[in-house]
Design a protein around this ligand. Structure first.
Ligand code: 5GP
Ligand code: ZN
Length: 146
């Protein structure tokens, strides 16, 4: 079995989202296909807050092969459109946390779909900083080819 095929069947017996994928823990399932499942977040930031989760266990986005990322994210817009319609929200945020420092609590890749409405009280912190052109150039050089 190739590495890319193998990860599609990877599970972690101690992982709460793997247990949801396996049907061992109930969820309010919204969508499911061969690669992903979407369900309502148990502690939503807003009505319709949903999670889109790969069926394969991987802790962080970069741990998933590109074709699996593609297959999972292909459903983001479809799930978002359905929850927006249901709750009457005109917009949504997609949030994907990697690492505890970024707010990740469940170490199984997931995309938050958070419906947004005017005056929903959620706010949006975007504390943009200033960088000189030479600072940006030095950083670009340090990153190298990807
Ligand atoms: P994170 O902070 O890791 O990006 O987000 C984890 C999310 O998973 C949280 O929004 C949390 O409410 C949700 N969550 C944690 N455990 C469960 C569960 O057992 N069922 C569901 N539906 N959501 C969960
Ligand atoms: Zn898992």
């Amino acid at each position: 079995m190739s590495t890319e095929s193998a990860i599609r069947t990877t599970t972690d017996a101690n992982c709460i989202f793997c247990k949801i994928v396996a049907g061992q823990i109930p969820c309010h399932r919204l969508f499911e296909d061969g690669d992903a499942i979407a369900f309502l977040d148990i502690a939503p930031l807003a009505d319709g807050h949903a999670l889109l989760v790969p069926k394969a266990h991987a802790g962080r986005l970069e741990d998933l092969p590109p074709d699996v990322v593609g297959a999972v994210t292909a459903s983001l817009g479809r799930v978002a459109a359905a929850v927006m319609k249901a709750v009457g929200a005109p917009g949504y945020n997609v949030l994907q946390n990697n690492g505890a420092v970024a707010g990740q609590v469940v170490p199984h890749v997931h995309f938050h779909i958070i419906p947004r409405s005017a005056n929903d009280g959620l706010g949006f912190r975007w504390n943009a900083q200033q960088r000189a052109p030479e600072q940006l150039a030095a950083l670009r050089s340090k990153i190298g080819e990807i």
